[in-house]
Design a protein around this ligand. Structure first.
Ligand code: UDP
Ligand code: MG
Length: 320
C-alpha cells in the first residue's frame, strides 16, 4: 500500500544517555533537516524530534529542556533503562502523533542525509526502512571483528537480522503499533523488527566518527548485548549443548572401554594424566551447560515478572 499524500508527520526519536556535549549540535542539524524537509513538502509541518533522556548522570536533561530547535520535545525516563528501552519509550510516547518515525543515535554517527531517501521509501509503500552501513572503518578493530562474528552467528542460528544495521531505521505507525505488542523485557529490536513483516526496504550510508562524548557500548556491554540478542531469539545453543553432552558421553564410553581393557591387561597404575584431563574437561562442559541453561532460565525469570519496561518521569512542554 502506498503512503502517498498528504506529506507524512515524521517524528525523529533520539535516545540520549550522557549526551550533553553533543546534543546542541545534534539538535541544530536535526532542526535544519526538518526545516528543509518541510519546505520541500516531504514531511508535514508538524513533524518533530523527541529526545529521550535515559536518566543520564550528567546534565543531559537540562540541555534537552533548553534546546532551541522549535521542533523539539523531550521525555525523561524515571530510571536508567538502556538504549533499546529508551527507543521503545520514545516511539510509544510519540505514537499518536506521527505517521512514520525514524530512530537515530544522539551522536549522529548515522548519516542524516539519507533520511529523505527513507521517507521516499516510506511513501512508495515501505513500512520499515533500515539504514545499513556500507563501511565500518571508523569502528575499532575489535568492534569490527566482534560485529562480523555476531551477525554471522545470528544468521547461522537462523535469526532474521539485517547485517550492519543498528537502530537507524524508519517505521510506520502501524509497524510501531505491532512492535509494541512484543512485550518482552529482553529487548533486541534488530531481531524483532524483521519479524513484523510488511514491505521492508534498505538505504545505505557511510557511518561517521562520533564528534563528542564517548561510546556507551564498551566491549563488555557490546558482548552482553550480543549474548542477549542470541539467547532472546534462538534456543539453538541449548540444543547444541545436548549434542555436546552426547558427544562427550560417547568419548567417555570409549575411554571406559579403553580403561577396562588396560585393567584386564594388568596395567592400571598409570592414569593420573587422563584422570585429571577427564575431570577438568567434564567439569568445563558441565559448567558451560549450566551457564547456557542459566542464561535462558534467567530470561524466563525476568519475563515472568512482567515488570513495566520504563516509566516517564518528566516531559518538556508539548511542541515549543
Ligand atoms: N544510549 C542510551 N542508553 C544507554 C546507552 C546508550 O540511551 O544505556 C544511547 C546513546 O545516548 C546513543 C545511542 O544510545 O544515542 C547509541 O550509543 P553509542 O553512540 O554510545 O553507541 P555506539 O555508536 O558507540 O555503538
Ligand atoms: Mg554512536
Amino acid at each position: 500500500m502506498r503512503h502517498s499524500d498528504p506529506p507524512p508527520i515524521l517524528a525523529i526519536i533520539v535516545p540520549c544517555y550522557i549526551e550533553a556535549p553533543v546534543l546542541p549540535a545534534t539538535d541544530k542539524e536535526l532542526s535544519a533537516l526538518l526545516e528543509n524537509l518541510k519546505s520541500v513538502g516531504k514531511v508535514a509541518e508538524c513533524s518533530y524530534v523527541v529526545y529521550v533522556d535515559d536518566r543520564s548522570d550528567d546534565n543531559t536533561w537540562e540541555v534537552i529542556c533548553g534546546l532551541t530547535g522549535n521542533h523539539s520535545k523531550g521525555i525523561r525516563l524515571s530510571r536508567h533503562s538502556g538504549h533499546q528501552v529508551a527507543l521503545m519509550a520514545g516511539m510509544e510516547y510519540a505514537l499518536d502523533s506521527f505517521d512514520c518515525c525514524i530512530t537515530i543515535d544522539a551522536d549522529l554517527q548515522d548519516d542524516i542525509s539519507v533520511i529523505p531517501n527513507m521517507i521516499d521509501a516510506y511513501r512508495r509503500g515501505a513500512d520499515i526502512v533500515y539504514g545499513v552501513r556500507t563501511n565500518r572503518m571508523c569502528d575499532s578493530r575489535t568492534k569490527r571483528i566482534t560485529a562480523a562474528g555476531f551477525y554471522s552467528t545470528m544468521h547461522k542460528l537462523g535469526v532474521e537480522c539485517v547485517s550492519n544495521h543498528a537502530d537507524f531505521r524508519l517505521m510506520s505507525s502501524r509497524a510501531v503499533e505491532d512492535l509494541l505488542e512484543y512485550k518482552e523485557r529482553n529487548l533486541f529490536l534488530r531481531g524483532i523488527v524483521p519479524l513484523l513483516g510488511y514491505d521492508q526496504e534498505m538505504v545505505y550510508y557511510k557511518r561517521k566518527e562520533r564528534t563528542a562524548g564517548i561510546t556507551k557500548y564498551p566491549l563488555k556491554k557490546m558482548l552482553d548485548f550480543a549474548a542477549d540478542g542470541i539467547t532472546s531469539f534462538s534456543v539453538t545453543p541449548v540444543r547444541m549443548l545436548l549434542w555436546l553432552g552426547l558427544a562427550v558421553t560417547a568419548i567417555g564410553l570409549g575411554i571406559g572401554i579403553y580403561t577396562l581393557v588396560r585393567h584386564f591387561m594388568g596395567e592400571t597404575i598409570e592414569g593420573w594424566t587422563s584422570l585429571m584431563l577427564s575431570i577438568w574437561f567434564c567439569t568445563g562442559v558441565l559448567l558451560i551447560g549450566l551457564g547456557i541453561i542459566g542464561e535462558y532460565i534467567g530470561k524466563i525469570y525476568i519475563e515472568v515478572k512482567q515488570r513495566p519496561r520504563y516509566k516517564i518521569s518528566d516531559k518538556t512542554e508539548s511542541p515549543k
